[in-house]
Design a protein around this ligand. Sequence first.
Ligand code: HEM
Ligand code: HEM
Length: 347
Amino acid sequence: MTSLVLTITETLRYRGKIGQWAWVLHRVSGMGTLIFLIMHVIDTSWATFYPELYAKAIAAYKTPLFTVGEFVLVACVVYHALNGFRIALFDYRPQWWRRQADAAKLVLLGTLVLLVPVFFVMAGHVVNYYNERVTTFDLGLESVIEATAPFAVGTVVVLGLAFIVSAGMAVVPSLNAPKKRLKGSKMETFMWSFMRISGVLIIPLVFGHLAMMHVIQGVFDLTKVGHVPVFTNLGANVESTLTAVNFVRLRWDTMLAGVYIWRIYDILLLVLVTVHGFNGARYVINDYIHNKLANRALRLAAVGTMIGVLWVGALAILQSVPATTAEMLNQSSQVIGVDADTDALVR
Ligand code: HEM
Ligand code: HEM
């Protein structure tokens, strides 16, 4: 904690050059996107498990406070992606290291150049929504508190449990023996490469996802009756109290060349961003929290949350596979003599 306070005060005091600010921005944008991701995957899973809750969450997403957050999120993702690409590229090109400062400036310029047209189109969606459908203006503070309160409670519970487990582990001698250095460093080398490779793979996936949800259509179109969800071939959303849930179903049930294209896309995105983001959070924890008990507790909380996010995210996608597909799978597996249990896939 002392290191975190020191980092903040020294960052403000120390008049470092662009490299220092690029590092701070990269860290803040990465952690901010990760916090959004945790809430987003849990929210999205409600489209499968608790449709009414999902409809409520999307209603909160349409409030002005969330709209401001949406612009900040897009800026975070764009800056982090471009700067991450710079880090990955330069790490493999030592001969370019003298040009780091120029590259960091180029990243800032690239972010601005990309954000101007993107924000312009996003603002167009917002203006359309307020012109067409909103009669009274409400900042939405109440909905935002209602939508985020369960996550705040969840964070306290997860942290509490992690501290209890960490304290329990402190009294088990075998868990406190010094670690073999070689094994640890091999894992760290692997994770170092993983961060760079996964980062580069995430760029088209996350930019594609944001382009679909913010540029081609707006977030508000998730609940628009008569709107055909972006890149679906199953028709338009119908009148219902659960239009947001229909939106997700229409997308996830869309097939291209015999495969559920958006389910595959979302699973890939889910796995890559979750593992990348939580490993990044581990670096941040190790940099600032040096107390052994607290460090282990936070790392446990991060691993536990990562597994939870992957689990609910993947289950939401798989459990919403239409029953007819599960029956087809069952029949084909009987033909080839496999006793597959596809019940888990039935919605
Ligand atoms: C869009 C493409 C992305 C690229 C190219 C990218 C690239 C990178 C790179 C190269 C690092 C540095 C790793 C290291 O220090 O060894 C990093 C760190 C990090 N990334 Fe990403 N990333 C991307 C997306 C994301 C997303 C979507 C999240 C959140 C879910 C995220 C969260 C983080 C965090 C928390 C860190 C640690 C920051 C730090 O140590 O200061 N990244 N990223
Ligand atoms: C406010 C901005 C965003 C909106 C409105 C949005 C919207 C959606 C929607 C409607 C889905 C449901 C499936 C689909 O239609 O493809 C979804 C799924 C998903 N989104 Fe986003 N998205 C946003 C930002 C992001 C960002 C920045 C990330 C990555 C860091 C992300 C990662 C995911 C993942 C991993 C899934 C799959 C969730 C699951 O498995 O349950 N989204 N998103």
